[in-house]
Design a protein around this ligand. Structure first.
Ligand code: HEM
Length: 154
């Protein structure tokens, strides 16, 4: 990626994420939508998580605490995008290592990516332009490939 397009990618992700963050209780809203989609497309993968479908539907504090942690990590990763990619790379690598212990496999990252894009589209509507979508795909691709490297111990 050249400098100009890298800058555009980061701005598009950053600006669209700022719109999402203005939604009241955005952590819960993003978490509910993301995991709802995730388990529509891969219901067999519920068992990876320490909360049940019922915990999710009833917004059990166990699920909400997890969703908040998850969305805060996304927020942190968005804010760490910038000229020095080594910092975010290290964080995602370490996060990937913890995911190995959770039984997460490379194929799950693809499902998560699809669910994230679907969620962003639902929340941003017409503001989720083709360029914004492309930018998120690039950034998620970078995060997930780094996490997968951490998970397989490369
Ligand atoms: C960009 C992608 C992802 C991010 C930012 C992320 C973030 C997080 C965070 C912050 C935690 C809390 C614990 C920790 O720090 O280790 C966590 C735990 C976990 N994540 Fe992820 N994750 C991602 C991808 C995935 C994928 C693809 C799956 C599988 C479908 C997954 C499944 C889990 C599970 C099972 C836990 C442990 C829950 C627990 O035992 O409390 N994550 N994740």
């Amino acid at each position: 990626m050249d400098c100009g397009s890298y800058f555009q990618t980061v701005s598009q992700v950053y600006e669209s994420w700022e719109i999402i963050k203005r939604i009241p209780k955005y952590e819960e809203i993003v978490g509910m939508a993301l995991f709802d989609r995730m388990f529509q497309i891969a219901p067999e993968d519920w068992s990876l998580f320490p909360w049940t479908r019922e915990d999710f539907k009833q917004k059990n504090p166990k699920f909400l605490a997890f969703a908040a942690k998850f969305v805060r990590m996304l927020d942190l990763a968005v804010h760490m995008l910038g000229p020095d990619m080594e910092v975010v790379e290290e964080q995602m690598y370490d996060l990937g290592r913890s995911h190995k212990n959770y039984g997460v496999l490379p194929r799950h990252f693809d499902l998560m990516g699809q669910s994230l894009l679907y969620t962003l589209q639902g929340l941003l509507g017409s503001k989720f332009t083709p360029n914004t979508q492309k930018a998120w795909k690039n950034v998620y691709g970078f995060w997930s490939s780094t996490m997968i490297q951490g998970a397989v111990g490369l």
